[in-house]
Design a protein around this ligand. Structure first.
Ligand SMILES: Cc1ncc(COP(=O)(O)O)c(C=O)c1O
Length: 448
């Protein structure tokens, strides 16, 4: 019989962080499968850590959002926000569902084109669009959303080069009662900059406005902000149509709808504070009906990212080291950390164990594998005593994780998709040394 390792006893004061919402949960949260796929089998097959995406959840979130808007308004089009997650398999699912592409750089534009999306089905946003990318986008008929006066000048040069007038939209910013206001993108409405841009475009005679766009922020917990945004955009649309020959064919409301994630610093659970997709849809469409003239209904675009994928993404991680800290808390080092969860700084994740463990729940610290003090997944969570090799599922992590992850200290892991039948598919291989060194060049004289 093998001897158990000796650990000297410690007396600790249990720090129960009681809030207005009550005592922390003393129940172990367990997850053994995702859409019928066994988690241990998945890591045996693809390794740990591992990102897992649920196709079923993605499709149901998309269909629910599309239904919420299209049942209220006749002319609705979603554009999948590539930056939220641009893995090919993920984009394909949203394109199959009917979304076009929304991109914010020439890289994302090229990615969408390489996946077979036509220029006319690409919304091209972003504060920096290099000249050559504007030229390609104009040639290919993309929806170009202008961010600055410099971009107006660039596009006029493109117009000369192509010998054609170019349809464009302008991005707007405005106060919607939310702080901090996202005022660095597009033209400000209240200060008159937006109308200045319209007049500038009109005076140039080389571009014509067909749309208005704005994206007021991300993880917006107040649906009413969208009502204000809609009213301000419709008012501007009327002013443009009354004072120029431009016809505004579409209004693009951007993204920003929250997912059921737990933002740090908010007491109540997401189920209580996050508006439903119907509330967002009602805020926008009721403001459209109240402010548009009957019969003149521009097309409504939405660039929803986070809301459509966050809850479909999980990160499986394994426990690689345990120790008790001088303050009495248990410290668990996992094989995944902030290198893969950039959003850990803002969100308190749902942590579920791979199996039930005996013992008292105690305050614990869950850290990542980086040799950096800031690599913390959760600095205060009640957990039973865990042991090396135990698994944990972190969720929701579908939005912005596999685009903002860092190749820092460690390789980035594999990503798999669980299809509608519960079968798993590898959608991105785990990295290895050659992936990282492929573009490095060692000058001849430095070779050892
Ligand atoms: C222009 C634009 N559209 C859409 C999105 C997607 O936002 P979200 O993921 O909050 O829906 C963003 C994200 O920042 C954005 O900048």
């Amino acid at each position: 019989m093998s001897k158990l390792a000796y650990e000297s006893p410690t007396i600790i004061k249990i720090q129960s962080t009681m809030s207005k919402a009550g005592l922390p949960t003393m129940q172990q949260k367990i997850r053994t499968e995702i859409d019928g796929a066994n988690i241990r089998d998945l890591t045996d097959k693809y390794g740990s850590p591992l990102f897992v995406f649920s196709e079923r959840k993605m499709r149901s979130l998309y269909q629910e959002a599309y239904e919420a808007f299209s049942s209220r308004y006749p002319n609705v089009q979603f554009g999948w926000s590539y930056k939220t997650n641009y893995l090919k398999a993920i984009c394909s699912i949203f394109h199959q569902e009917g979304a076009i592409a929304e991109v914010v750089s020439e890289f994302e534009y090229e990615k969408a084109r390489a996946s077979g999306i036509e220029g006319k089905d690409i919304i091209f946003n972003g504060p920096y669009k290099p000249y050559h990318s504007l030229l390609t986008a104009a040639k290919e008929g993309a929806k170009i959303h202008i961010d600055t006066f410099d971009e107006i000048s660039d596009l006029e040069k493109v117009s000369d080069e192509l010998g054609m007038k170019i349809p464009v939209a302008i991005r707007l910013n405005m106060s919607t009662g939310m702080e901090p206001q996202w005022s660095r993108f597009g033209f400000n409405i209240e200060g008159g900059q937006a109308m200045d841009a319209v007049r500038r475009i009109e005076a140039g005679g080389k571009l014509f406005i067909t749309g208005l766009h704005s994206h007021i922020g991300t993880f917006m917990l107040d649906a009413n902000a969208y009502k204000l945004q809609t009213v301000k955009m419709v008012t501007l649309m009327k002013e443009i149509e009354a004072s120029t020959n431009f016809v505004v064919e579409y209004l693009d409301m951007g993204g920003g709808f929250a997912s059921k994630a737990h933002l740090k610093g908010i007491y109540q659970p997401p189920e209580v504070v996050v508006p439903s997709i119907d509330e967002y849809a009602e805020a926008i469409t009721s403001a459209l009906y109240e402010n548009l003239e009957a019969g003149n209904y521009p097309k409504l675009y939405l660039e929803t990212g986070r809301h459509l994928i966050d809850e479909a993404g999980y990160l499986i991680t394994s426990l690689v080291g345990t120790k008790r800290l001088p303050d009495g808390r248990m410290n668990y080092t996992m094989d995944a950390g902030v290198n893969l969860l950039y959003t850990a700084f803002w969100f308190k994740y749902n942590l579920e164990l791979g199996e039930k463990r005996d013992g008292m729940m105690e305050p614990s610290l869950v850290n990542g594998p980086l040799c950096m003090n800031i690599d913390v997944i959760d600095d205060s969570v009640m957990l039973p005593r865990l042991k090396r090799g135990d698994q944990m599922t972190i969720s929701p992590v579908g939005a912005y994780s596999v685009t903002q992850w860092m190749q820092f200290i460690r390789y980035r892991p594999a990503v798999c998709l669980i299809d509608m039948q519960g079968e798993s598919h590898l959608i991105r291989e785990a990295e290895e040394l050659r992936d990282i060194e492929e573009r490095e060049v060692l000058p001849e004289y430095l070779k050892v």
